[in-house]
Write a protein that binds this ligand. Structure first.
Ligand code: ZN
Length: 62
């Protein structure tokens, strides 16, 4: 299992790294510095919003 491929365990967000800084706002909650350019290209939102959507939605895991 790779150690730091993702920003956090359970997160789909890409880890910030050189050339991919976490300096863009989340499109959902508008919080600054939530996403990297790679995240935005994939249409991701921040972990908090993703959790809300996945967890509090219909209750289905995954
Ligand atoms: Zn968000």
């Amino acid at each position: 299992m790779a150690t730091s491929h993702y920003a956090n365990p359970g997160s789909a967000l890409r880890a910030a790294r050189r050339g991919n800084p976490r300096n863009l706002p989340c499109p959902t909650c508008k919080q600054p510095n939530r996403l990297t350019p790679a995240d935005v290209r994939r249409g991701y939102q921040c972990d908090a919003c993703a959790d809300r959507e996945e967890g509090a939605g219909d209750g289905r895991p995954g």
